[in-house]
Design a protein around this ligand. Sequence first.
Ligand code: F6R
Length: 248
Amino acid sequence: MIHVVRYESPEALAEHVAARFASFLTDEPAARMALPTGATPEPVYAGIVEAVRAGVTSFRRAHVFLLDEFGGVPPDAKGRCDVMLHRALLDHVDVTPQHYHRLDPEAEDLAAMCAAYDASMKPALDLMMLGIGRNGHVGMNEPGTSPESATRRVELAPSTTQASVRYFGEGAALPTWGVTIGLSAILAARTIWILATGESKADIVRDVLLDPVSTTRPASLLRGHPDCWFFVDAAAAAKLPVGVLSRG
Ligand code: F6R
């Protein structure tokens, strides 16, 4: 079951999702969660940082898993997911360093690193937070990915490589591959939150929610999950009929 919640603006979405996250973490202080990077979650992370600074909640007992990571670019490049998550969240909250799990594309044995990552998420994460690509990818699970896919190395769609210029900057080397949590661990999570803001996401939000479920748009597979929440702002929801929405 997918619940679609619409907010008037990206600011309103960020405020509500951050508050919802703070209550989730306060209720379940030892929760294990995967977190995305990219532009969409940044204002949400700013709200979570504020909540932690204000003493409303704490990451001390929580476990944070990085959702995905770009390979073939320097580990300290500003667009690497690990670097972005530190900048937006981890550097400002009280996550216990041993409780932060990152994917390492430089690992000598990449397959073994991915298998160990999958094993460490078993039996299932409590919360899977996601953004969505304009082609319907979640994490780096590009169109065509099987719902049974594990954590693994993936080749990026050319449009995903191009979109990453927003993270790495003009003129920087852009990644063509990455490592990502697979759809099996995403679909196994107890609850899934997926975030979409801005008019550039309006078409994919409509397709994912209204077209038949298909691996050609991996995010549509989330519709079969028992507890999935799709948080959208007015611009991303612009092409949805009113009937599928709840007001945030
Ligand atoms: C990032 C990730 C990606 C992004 C997606 C949207 O960890 O897994 O799937 O969520 O590409 O990116 P933004 O939010 O920058 O539009």
